[in-house]
Design a protein. Sequence first.
Length: 203
Amino acid sequence: MPGCYSRDGDAGMSDRTAIVKTYLPNWLTEKEPIKSVLESLGQDTGVAEDTIKDVLSQCFVDTATWGIKYWEEYLDIPVNESKPLSYRQSVIKSKLRGAGTTTAALIEATAESYQNGNVDVLELPGQNKVQIKFTGIYGIPPNMSDFQPAINRVIPAHLMVEYLYTYLTWSALNGAGLTWGGLDAAQFTWAEFETWNPEQEPI
């Protein structure tokens, strides 16, 4: 795990004055200058507690925000702050999961760290090939340009990778119980039609 670093500026502020006041008798906490001292101490304690929690959250990939770049630097992943935080977390988890002997389970775990990454993996040793079939989305996932490099990192160079995509079948269309009129009303393009999943996107 990379080291944890603090962020410039406040991590937010919570007032702990009420908690601080519990350490003194009630009749004393409202007397000046004690009241002012306790309020100041409560605010400072709140800032310190929130800052500690914020720093600790950077030590875990799923909760890291401003500290995500330190994970990327630690794992030699290019820092690109224009990418969504969820994507950057996925890349980090993929690389962490990708350490070890390549197995179908490892490939699946790496894939599942990405959105639309539900896959079935079939190893074909006689052909030096691995087939990866997407099961969570119809058509080609939109993040393939990010997905493929991550898979390539965990698969030995001598193995060929074949990606298999799922498209709408006539049996699935019949099972949706739609009429041709209903389909016409949906105004699908052909590309939208062949990647439409009636179970996930009912009309």
